[in-house]
Write a protein that binds this ligand. Structure first.
Ligand code: PMP
Length: 420
């Protein structure tokens, strides 16, 4: 098998040649957002240079061209996650908006007092707060799935939480802190047994596994383009067509209507019924290019390279005596959460930033998980296929240096408790 050529791969990402504080940028915050390849940047630019017009207003050539690219992008997403129809793909601003759409549009119609919404302790706030809001509006209750030692949703305890009152189970395919795949197939099976719906938050998973929504059998699957080489401000809501047909619109205005009179409005068909107003046309088209980029680089060697990076980074961190991993197993994807004994995480991140290294520190929009793990926050390194072993070596050297330098030199408060 051909080995993965990381140097050639890096050339697609001009931002990686940047200097930060006179150091080469080392970008280890890919779970927050990924860098964009030139072809994606170019697709957005080309749209504005040559095709910019509003969509679904077929009165002129440019609009027809824009519409056809926009709808082709939808079909690209449909194929990417193996949805059975393009009508099942709703464009949103991102994972957060996709979840809000379902929580509000489905929840306000189908939830009743006493119904239960099941979430896990490992959810991102985007998959907690919209449910808390609708639960409050409708008098529904939230129940929590516990985690096993590796930080995955605990399979063995699922049926203690999912029961006859459960109306929907919402969980991440992969947490943004833990980096372990949740047992979503089993979870979906358990939900189906009690007649509950399922929403899978795929924000982290889409970059690391091939998603097949029909095989998974979930009712809703949501993700953001920007975590998969795509632009910000674009997201996807996949929903089973028969289910989406039953749900009323979320927002109201142009695009989502069929007819409007002074007395009454009728709504458009799927998927437009959920897409009020002018969408992020250029962003959606650029996202189709990002999916094209992913399929062009879908070789086994890239996947193995990411695994090699994960193992190497984990082992090098484990060799530092002050490092404490957040969960007990090596992660499934290149996302490693940890903290350092006697070092404040924000100080560590700031000191690394001064060396050109971008990592994330804090609660990672997962405060219930931090409380569950009895942490006030942690550090997170999330890698992509454009990262290198040399970058990891540099990070490890910097961390070791920070741990041995006197506090005032390294800017790490050696006695401060790790808090937010
Ligand atoms: N869920 C998970 C698991 C995430 O990692 C994120 C982004 N960090 C989100 C939801 C929210 O995504 P966005 O901000 O793109 O809407």
């Amino acid at each position: 098998m051909k080995t993965f050529d990381v140097e050639a791969f890096r050339k697609h990402f001009p931002i990686l040649t940047q200097q930060i504080e006179q150091h080469n940028l080392v970008y280890f915050d890919n779970a927050a957002t990924m860098q964009k390849p030139l072809s994606v940047i170019e697709a957005e630019r080309q749209f504005y240079l040559t095709t910019n017009a509003n969509v679904h207003r077929g009165a002129h050539t440019l609009s027809s061209m824009a519409t056809s690219l926009f709808e082709l992008a939808r079909v690209k997403v449909q194929k990417f996650i193996n949805a059975s129809s393009a009508k099942e793909i709703i464009w949103t601003k991102g994972t957060t908006e996709s979840i809000n759409l379902i929580a509000q549009a489905w929840g306000s119609e189908f939830l009743s007092p006493g119904d239960e919404i099941v979430l896990s302790y490992a959810e991102h706030h985007a998959n907690i707060v919209p449910w808390q809001a609708i639960a409050k509006q409708k008098g529904a209750k939230i129940k929590w799935l516990v985690l096993d030692e590796a930080g995955r949703i605990d399979r063995a305890k699922l049926t203690q939480v999912i029961g006859n009152k459960t109306k929907i189970v919402c969980c991440s395919h992969l947490s943004n802190v833990v980096g372990k795949f949740n047992p979503v197939e089993y979870l979906i099976k358990c939900a189906k047994e009690v007649g509950a719906l399922t929403l899978v938050d795929g924000a982290q998973a889409v970059a690391h596994t091939q998603v097949d929504v029909q095989k998974l059998g979930c009712d809703f699957y949501v993700f953001s383009a920007h975590k998969l080489y795509g632009p910000t401000g674009v997201g996807v809501l996949y929903g089973r067509q028969s289910l989406l047909e039953q749900v009323s619109p979320y927002q109201f205005g142009g695009e989502m209507i069929k007819t409007v009179s002074v007395n009454e409005t009728t709504y458009n068909e799927l998927p437009f019924k959920f897409e009020a107003g002018t969408p992020n046309i250029a962003g959606c088209i650029a996202f189709a290019q990002a999916i094209e980029f992913v399929s062009q680089h879908q070789q086994k060697s890239l996947y193995q390279y990411k695994q090699q990076l994960t193992r190497y980074c984990y082992q090098q961190l484990a060799a530092i005596s002050a490092v404490r991993f957040v969960v007990k197993e090596i992660p499934d994807i290149p996302l490693i959460s940890f903290y350092l004994d006697n070092a404040h995480q924000q100080d560590v991140a700031a000191a690394l930033d001064a060396k050109g290294i971008a990592i994330r520190a804090g609660h990672h929009c997962a405060m219930p998980l931090m409380s569950y793990l009895d942490l006030s926050g942690c550090l997170r390194i999330s890698l992509s296929a454009y990262n290198t072993i040399a970058e990891i070596d540099y990070l490890i050297d910097c961390l070791k240096m920070l741990m041995t330098e006197p506090a005032e030199q390294s800017n790490i408060a050696s006695n401060s408790a790790p808090e937010e």
